[in-house]
Design a protein around this ligand. Structure first.
Ligand code: URA
Length: 250
């Protein structure tokens, strides 16, 4: 609050075009601050307290955007990739100028809840290993997932590189029957985020994840109304819970 910035920077951030396009808008007299037409696209303005209009329409300024995406399979959790489509490619144009990035990664073949934001501080807090933000996954697993696996995951299992995982909560929704080709269905909550962690935890007990979807991250639950590839902004409540949870201010 209360920070002055160049008007062309503010308007570029809000998606009104490049700096030179905005200079043109200012020259045309389309931009007003507190009701007065401005002449200088370098003018310092506080977007939180001063009213800005472009072509008569009020600019609803905000610095950050927070998006919940239902990531489909086949896209990578990155902002750029030379080969594959990225999660950022899935976002509607209206969010592009905020330059959101994914908070953490889901594998290319993993679906589900992915948060995208341009709020670096929130992202940092959520990803900090010290914060132990819980992440819950639904998975289908080849083989019979049973009580022994629940106990093993609760104790911690050694991954292929020797790392021993923190206690994790495994809920078996359906015990599989490998003889009849029936996969197990489970939910697993982990408090850390090692590379391919869920797949490697099951690998450590001799089982293979064949389908993986993240359904929760901290207080955020995947919105079941979001189709694969769709996103929506977080509600105020969700954002409040998330910033409370991550121990930081958004
Ligand atoms: N664990 C995995 O193995 N993959 C993911 O995408 C997320 C967690």
């Amino acid at each position: 609050m209360g920070k002055k910035q160049r008007i062309d920077k503010i308007l570029a951030h809000m998606g009104y075009g490049s700096r030179s396009e905005i200079r043109r808008l200012v020259k045309q007299g389309a931009v007003r601050v507190e009701g007065a037409t401005i002449k200088d696209s370098g003018m310092q303005v506080d977007p939180d307290t001063e009213t800005i209009t472009v072509g008569g329409e009020r600019v609803a300024y905000r610095e950050f955007v927070y998006l919940m995406l239902n990531k489909p399979q086949g896209v990578v959790s990155a902002t750029e990739d030379t080969r594959d489509r990225t999660v950022v490619d899935l976002l509607p144009d209206e969010y592009r100028h905020f330059q959101p990035f994914p908070v953490g990664r889901l594998d290319k073949d993993t679906e589900g809840l992915l948060l995208l934001t341009n709020d670096g501080k929130l992202a940092h807090n959520l990803l900090s290993p010290r914060k132990h933000v819980p992440k819950t996954y639904f998975a289908e697993v080849d083989g019979r997932v049973d009580d022994a696996d629940i106990a093993a995951f609760e104790r911690g299992v050694a991954l292929d590189d020797g790392y021993v995982t923190m206690p994790a909560r495994l809920v078996v929704l359906r015990e599989g029957d490998p003889k009849h080709g029936v996969v197990s269905k489970i939910e697993l909550t982990i408090m850390e985020g090692k590379f391919h962690q869920v797949k490697r935890m099951f690998q450590s007990v001799g089982k293979k994840v064949v389908y993986l979807k993240r359904i929760a991250m901290g207080p955020l639950l995947l919105d079941e109304h979001l189709a694969e590839g769709e996103c929506r902004e977080l509600t105020e409540d969700e954002l409040e819970q998330l910033t409370g949870h991550s121990g930081g201010q958004a």
